[in-house]
Ligand binder design. Structure first.
Ligand code: A2P
Length: 347
């Protein structure tokens, strides 16, 4: 029984940005998790209107967002950029549709819910007023899932984060750019840099999104602010976010200081018992999470759990997840599941 949307055998679901890296995965995950749909509508820009995308073995004709009438749509999953979302999400919400938005356009608005189903499902109540729900930043989602069982046990005081982020986080064109630059450099040609801010093939780039006045990037600011909004405003957070030449799967090194007694052994137990997290942490067997294993999977993978001998009540974690699935499309579909009254667990 849903407290948000009238119960139905099947819902009308629109995917806005259906031709993009996240939009395509949203369609795949809706089918995989057998989300009850009466109709799925693929929407993108006029550039791709009239082309087709695949849903559950069938072709859907892509509709043009500018002329699309959202009346009668129950849920819209948006992943078409912040500007598009600012313009069109209110139009969908005014028509009675719940919008789950993957861009950063609405995340820090105080009255907008910013939700990770395993962490703060209760915040979804805020959406009853405005029908817009923000899907957090990909790096933030995977980190807060891993931190939730620890913070519930002993309050977290401070986080020091370094990320190693895949190019798919910057969209389909960035995936093509890494492949092209790799071919170019291996064949002795110069690399073409068009999408990402610097050459990414055989390189590491400490620059994601734009630089702000204080020297942090907007990606770093997003991680710091969103983590506090989702988990606890009392936590001190600092972050360095870095793009690496990996196609799928973000990795994070996170140093966590607690207000009271905590150690690696207890953290390992808490993480192992938490739904949505898989612990792979076997130094003797040289086993730890990596994007090459996490790509295409749903859980948040945690390993390298160690006591930080330089600081009391402090541990180090290595957190890996598929940034397009749990970091974006899966989290959005899980929120849609909460809206229709299903429990939403990654599996
Ligand atoms: P389109 O293919 O028509 O450009 P990615 O993040 O992988 O680059 O994908 C971005 C997605 O957002 C694509 O589906 C793209 O559609 C869509 N999109 C971008 N700009 C707009 C817009 N102004 N209106 C509707 N969809 C847009």
């Amino acid at each position: 029984m849903s407290e948000f949307i009238e119960d139905k055998a099947g819902y009308r679901v629109a995917v806005v940005g259906a031709t993009g890296a996240v939009g395509q995965t949203m369609l795949e995950i809706l089918a995989e998790r057998k989300f009850p749909v009466s109709e799925v509508i693929a929407v993108a820009s006029s550039r791709s209107a009239g082309t087709t995308v695949s849903f559950n073995g069938k072709d859907l004709i892509v509709e043009d967002l500018d002329s699309f009438d959202p009346s009668g749509v129950d849920i819209a999953l948006f992943s078409a950029g912040g500007g598009t979302s600012k313009t069109h999400a209110p139009r969908f919400a005014d028509a009675g549709c719940y919008v789950i938005d993957n861009s950063s356009a609405w995340r820090m608005e105080p009255e907008i819910a910013l939700v990770v189903p395993e962490v703060n499902p209760e915040d979804l109540q805020m959406a009853k007023n405005n029908r817009i729900i923000a899907n957090p930043n990909c790096s933030t989602i995977q980190m807060v899932v891993a931190l939730k069982p620890l913070h519930d046990a002993v309050a977290i005081k401070r986080l020091v984060i370094s990320t190693y982020q895949a190019v798919s986080g910057a969209g389909a064109k960035a995936i093509e750019e890494l492949a092209l630059q790799s071919r170019q450099l291996l064949s002795g040609a110069a690399a073409t840099v068009e999408v990402l801010p610097a050459r990414i093939a055989f390189n590491v780039v400490p620059h994601i999104d734009v630089f702000l006045e204080d020297g942090y990037t907007k990606e770093e600011r997003k991680m710091m602010e969103e983590t506090r909004k989702i988990l606890d405003n009392g936590i001190a957070v600092t972050a360095t976010t870095v793009r690496v030449p990996v196609f799928y799967g973000h990795s994070e090194s996170v140093n966590v200081t607690f207000e009271d007694d905590m150690n690696a052994a207890r953290a390992r137990e808490l993480l192992s018992a938490f739904e949505g997290v898989c612990v792979v942490d076997d130094p003797a067997g040289e086993d730890y999470p990596m994007p090459s294993d996490a790509g295409g999977t749903d859980p948040v993978w945690v390993g390298r759990i160690r006591d930080d001998h330089s600081c009391p009540n402090t541990i180090n974690l290595w957190i890996v997840a598929d940034n397009i699935r749990k970091g974006a499309a899966l989290n959005a579909v899980q929120i849609a599941e909460l809206l229709i009254g299903k429990t939403a667990v990654a599996h």
